[in-house]
Ligand binder design. Structure first.
Ligand code: C5P
Length: 402
């Protein structure tokens, strides 16, 4: 699968750089051509000689090497690759990438590239969990940068937690996914996920129990098949998947705006649990307790994002999929909902508390389309997602059989 692929591998400074030597070997064994770049701090951990010996190529280390500049400009170097991999990606490199700095060879290549970039972070646990690093990670995810890891475990510095660079097989799998010719390669797919928060005042809001687990799993499964996923998520409990473009929103109105500006897309999956109503005029100040008087909240209807997108005349995605979370007469309600909302498929599930589905790890769904209803056995949410993603891939490649 990697035969003939060209990978630009940037090795940052960190004890995990030794794993990058093995990564070069494994990539070469699989037929990939690796062009190594070693940062100055990277060269404190592995030698240029071992890197170039394993890659079978000269290692690039200096931004202002005029001889090399004459042979192959750094801009060209960053574009000749099929994929740019940064392993280990230090906190400093992530910060430079997030802010568009270009003051050494690695950051210059990363700013100049027009190819996908996959990073394998490695750093001390406090550095990884620091709000600044997490802000940078969120920015980079939004820019479409792919992440693998970091893993959790004992670290060379003696601390324990997330920060260890992923192991080589995991990085190889992420490279495969980023380069793979999945059936959804080149397709742009929108996924909404999570709950929405509808403000009452600056400190209070109305929400629901959606964890975002099913929407997150669907986004991941679509990305695994090669799709370019735009993931519009409300404030969910679980973190968004790595390999997608993340747009974070709070309210249904924000989600509506984010979805509309993400169009056009080839397909859209509406897995978010969007609040049907919002407080008509949320207060900009905290509502105070007044003796004996109870506040009265007036509600206004939220835009129905699924119905609006389904009824678009010019930018309607080729395939629109809604969810119907019901507590009784699931199939009757879901069938009617598909027609009312105008979507192509509806994924119906029973979210009665006794099923344990809302917020749980499993789901039992029925997919309703023009062709009828198809009930799937109860399975893990990741499995439901994988099966749905394959069905979407089939429908997009043979549209008439949807
Ligand atoms: O009407 P109901 O909320 O049951 O419909 C559920 C489906 O509609 C889900 O796919 C959900 O994401 C979508 N929806 C939406 N915008 C709303 C309400 C629901 O996109 N305001």
């Amino acid at each position: 699968m990697l035969a003939g692929k060209h990978i630009l591998l940037i090795i940052g400074g960190g004890i995990a750089a030794y794993k990058s030597l093995d990564l070069i070997r494994r990539l070469s064994e699989r037929g990939a051509e690796v062009t190594p770049v070693l940062t100055q701090s990277g060269s404190q951990f592995v030698t240029p000689l071992s890197v170039s010996a394993l890659a079978g190529k000269e290692v690039h280390q200096d931004l202002f090497d005029l001889t090399k500049e004459a042979e192959m400009g750094h801009i060209q170097l960053s574009r000749a690759a099929d994929l740019v991999v940064v392993a280990p990606a230090t906190a400093d490199l992530l910060a430079k990438m997030a802010h568009g700095l270009a003051n050494d060879i690695a950051s210059t290549l990363l700013l100049a590239t027009d190819k996908r970039v996959l990073v394998a972070p490695a750093m001390n646990v406090r550095m990884w969990t620091h709000p600044a690093t997490q802000r940078n990670r969120a920015t980079l995810l939004g820019d479409g940068v792919l992440f693998v890891g970091p893993d959790e475990g004992a670290m060379a510095c003696g601390e324990f937690g997330p920060g260890r660079m992923s192991e080589v097989p995991e990085i190889l799998a992420a490279i495969d996914a980023a380069l793979g010719d999945g059936p959804l390669r080149g397709r742009r797919i929108l996924v909404t996920s999570g709950p929405t928060h509808e403000p009452i005042d600056p400190v209070r809001y109305i929400a629901n129990r959606s964890s975002g687990a099913q929407g997150t799993a669907i986004a991941q499964a679509l990305a695994n098949l090669g799709a370019d996923v735009v993931f519009v998520t409300g404030p969910a409990e679980i973190p968004p998947p790595d390999a997608v473009r993340v747009i974070k929103v709070q309210s249904a109105k924000d989600m509506h705006a984010a979805v509309m500006s993400a169009l056009p897309v080839d397909a859209a999956v509406f897995a978010a649990a969007v609040a049907d109503w919002r407080v008509a005029s949320a207060s900009d100040q905290k509502i105070k307790k007044v003796n004996g008087a109870l506040p009265v909240l007036e509600f206004a209807e939220n835009p129905d994002i699924l119905a609006d997108v389904s009824h678009l005349s010019d930018q309607r995605p080729g395939l629109v999929i809604g969810f119907a979370a019901e507590t009784h007469d699931v199939l009757t309600h879901a069938t009617a909902k598909r027609l009312r909302k105008g979507c192509d498929w509806i994924v119906a599930n029973d979210v009665s508390p006794s099923t344990g589905i809302m917020g749980g790890t499993e789901n039992a769904v029925t997919v309703i389309s023009d062709a009828g209803a198809e009930t799937w056995p109860r399975m893990g949410k990741a499995e439901v997602a994988a099966r749905l993603a394959r069905r979407i891939a089939d429908a997009l490649t043979q549209p008439k059989e949807a």
